[in-house]
Design a protein. Structure first.
Length: 170
């Protein structure tokens, strides 16, 4: 089964890809008001979406550290010390991506619409949704992987069968 941190990392990667792809479209949108951006940030916080960005900075730092380790194994201790320092120094940069995502919401939804969504997430069913959605996503990813594996096997078997009809053993 896929663990929750994997699901959050995957969601964060999708969010980054979404930001990258939406940037050209966002440039054509009217600039949102500060109030709309603040409401969008409240929406992100209320629905628990800001948590998915928590592993990003430590993950990038760990990846960078691991890029240096193979050619510098004797520097393990020092690289770990620098990584710890950088996690602290870069922690505030998490807000940059939250600001970007909030801007996207504010460009596509009015403040009134976002307030309606916030009201939903603050309702009992909305709170339940926030609590249960990560498990649904996690289980959904696991089921998607299993389904994809089965589909791949079925496709490979069909390729073999169809190629056998043509006189080729694959």
């Amino acid at each position: 089964m896929i663990n929750l941190s994997f699901a959050r990392r995957t969601a964060a990667a999708f969010a980054f890809a979404y930001v990258a792809c939406a940037a050209p479209a966002a440039a054509q949108q009217p600039q949102p008001t500060p109030g709309a951006i603040a409401t969008a940030k409240e929406l992100l916080q209320t629905k628990g979406a800001t948590n998915m960005f928590d592993p990003l900075i430590p993950g990038v730092i760990e990846s960078a550290k691991n890029a240096f380790l193979p050619t510098n194994p004797g520097l393990f201790k020092e690289l770990n010390e620098v990584a710890a320092l950088l996690r602290t120094q870069f922690a505030a940069r998490r807000n940059e991506i939250i600001d970007e995502i909030a801007r996207l919401y504010a460009q596509r939804f009015t403040e009134a619409e976002m307030k309606e969504v916030i009201a939903f997430y603050k309702s009992p069913v909305g709170k339940k949704f926030v609590l249960d959605e990560p498990a649904v996503i996690d289980q959904g990813l696991a089921r998607t992987q299993a389904w994809t594996n089965k589909l791949s096997d079925d496709v490979l078997n069909r390729f073999r069968a169809e190629m056998k009809k043509k006189g080729h053993d694959l």
